[in-house]
Design a protein around this ligand. Structure first.
Ligand code: GUN
Length: 279
């Protein structure tokens, strides 16, 4: 049976429609949510992501400030900017686009962001609170993955969820969110034995490893929900970590690339910014 395609643009629009109502509520209290984005250097993918974040913020009526700094900016200057933004009353959310140039210590910069403005959810306070299922900013892509799974109506509780990839940005937080929703969670990585066999046990399969079309249909359990977090440039095309055509023959639901997880990441960033303004 061919899978149903999960349309990330439709789910992201639903998130943004919910946000419009919240933003109107804030306006009545004289509050405009404000997001500051710091981009250091000229990485083309990062420039594109930051441009989209700026555009989408403005469309919703979120005040947006983008700080584009040269690649050679000293770390101390980046830290000083973060500290100024921490103190700025009209800025509720701060995001430092990753990766940073090699001479900048990513951890030092992320740790400098006030946890109350850390709309990426990368500060250790938010990471820790996520792991104990307490109030925190949930990282945007993982939060989007959960919304996409929920949009199918498939139950998470009691299901076998397999997460391929163990990054701090996606794999680990996705696994936590699934665990808190009572899935039985397996996190796989490059040293996992019999990765195809583990994936075949998954009712929910989330793939975030950054290898084009790595997971194929013969790894997918009949009827599984497959979420492809990968965005890989192959020639002039964007492809996911999952071979869509073969996986769609087996899955019950599957996200395309592009148009699946991608639109959700920005929607959830805007959601975190609005939440920060509401707090
Ligand atoms: N670079 C790639 N993904 C992300 C993300 O979610 N947040 C930030 N800040 N940088 C990224």
């Amino acid at each position: 049976m061919a899978a149903q395609r999960i349309d990330g643009k439709v789910v992201a629009q639903a998130v943004k429609d919910e946000l419009k109502v919240k933003i109107e509520g804030l306006a009545k209290r004289g509050i405009v949510p404000g997001l500051a984005v710091i981009l250091v250097g000229e990485d083309p993918a990062s420039q594109a992501y930051v441009g989209s974040k700026e555009r989408e913020s403005k469309k919703l009526g979120i005040h947006s400030e983008v700080y584009r700094l040269p690649a050679a900016t000293p770390q101390a200057e980046v830290l000083a900017l973060v500290n100024r933004l921490n103190a700025k009353a009209d800025i509720h959310g701060i995001l430092v686009q990753l990766p940073l140039p090699d001479h900048i210590d990513e951890k030092a910069v992320l740790n400098a962001i006030s946890p109350a403005k850390d709309v990426d959810g990368f500060h250790p306070i938010n990471v820790g609170n996520l792991s104990i299922n307490d109030t925190c900013f949930v990282p945007c892509t993982p939060n989007g993955v959960i919304r996409l799974i929920e949009s199918t109506g498939a139950e998470i509780k009691g299901k076998n969820a397999v997460v391929v990839g163990r990054s701090n940005i996606v794999g680990k937080p996705v696994a936590m969110l699934l665990l808190h929703r009572h899935a039985t969670v397996t996190i796989c990585h490059s040293r996992t034995k019999d990765l195809p066999g583990v994936c075949r046990e998954a009712d929910i399969l989330v793939v975030a490893i950054g290898k084009p079309a790595f997971v194929t249909g013969d790894w997918v359990k009949e009827g599984a929900v497959v979420i492809d977090v990968g965005i890989n440039r192959v020639g002039d095309k964007l492809v996911g970590d999952v071979g869509y055509d073969s996986a769609a023959q087996k899955a019950g639901y599957i996200t395309p690339v592009p148009g699946g997880v991608g639109p959700m990441t920005i929607a959830m960033l805007l959601a975190n910014t609005v939440e920060a303004a509401q707090r």
